[in-house]
Unconditional design. Structure first.
Length: 210
């Protein structure tokens, strides 16, 4: 198992203070029980001191379950750091669509011939047609809101990590096990998400979406 992948936390600009999330001891125990049972006892096949927790210097990992749960903490910490800065962005498709529609409305007098020819010549003859084509393209773009995209990325990263570690040690995890692990981890972290018990399909859409 490549050690660097599990020991280096995401880096943020100096002016952004990274959040540091940690599960409580009882929460870590509950999460361990959601992983393949061998993970709780299976020792890391290299020196434990080489995989110290990134945001807890000096704290070593001894089992495979500890690796999975520790990396989940790192991913949640990165999510909590990034979330306040997540937004639609200045150039989102929705905002661009609104701007195009407003521009087409403003151009109506030119298109309908409600202005003199000299003024009408200022506007390119095919501008409205091009704007209409662009409006159609923008209406067909479906981009989830920024916070949802960030949540989906977190869910997918946790799921990928669980499955990858399991695979490296010859274990398998079902989609149900992955969903339960993600659900419980996010519950402990206070991250709002579709509840596994009531909205399993919605949670699965976040975790396993392409």
């Amino acid at each position: 198992m490549p050690r660097a992948k599990y020991t280096k936390p995401p880096r943020f600009p100096e002016q952004i203070k990274g959040a540091k999330f940690r599960f409580r001891r009882d929460q870590r125990l509950k999460l361990t029980r959601l992983l393949p049972y061998k993970f709780a006892d299976l020792k890391i096949p290299f020196a434990a001191e080489q995989v110290a927790t990134p945001h807890r210097p000096g704290h070593s990992l001894e089992t495979i379950a500890a690796i999975v749960i520790d990396q989940t903490e790192v991913l949640i910490s990165a999510y909590k750091t990034q979330l306040p800065y997540t937004s639609e962005g200045q150039f989102s498709p929705r905002r661009t669509l609104i701007a195009v529609r407003r521009l087409r409305e403003a151009l109506e007098p030119f298109v309908r011939g409600s202005v003199d020819a000299e003024t009408a010549d200022i506007i390119p003859e095919d501008l409205d047609r091009k704007l209409a084509d662009r409006e159609k393209e923008l209406t067909e773009i479906r981009v989830p809101p920024g916070p949802r995209r960030t949540l989906a990325l977190l869910c997918q990263q946790i799921a990928w990590h669980v499955k990858t570690v399991a695979s490296k040690f010859g274990e398998t995890v079902t989609e149900g096990q992955v969903l339960r692990f993600v659900d419980e981890a996010l519950n402990f972290a206070g991250v709002k998400h579709p509840d596994f018990a009531r909205h399993r399909d919605r949670l699965a859409a976040l975790v396993f979406s392409d």
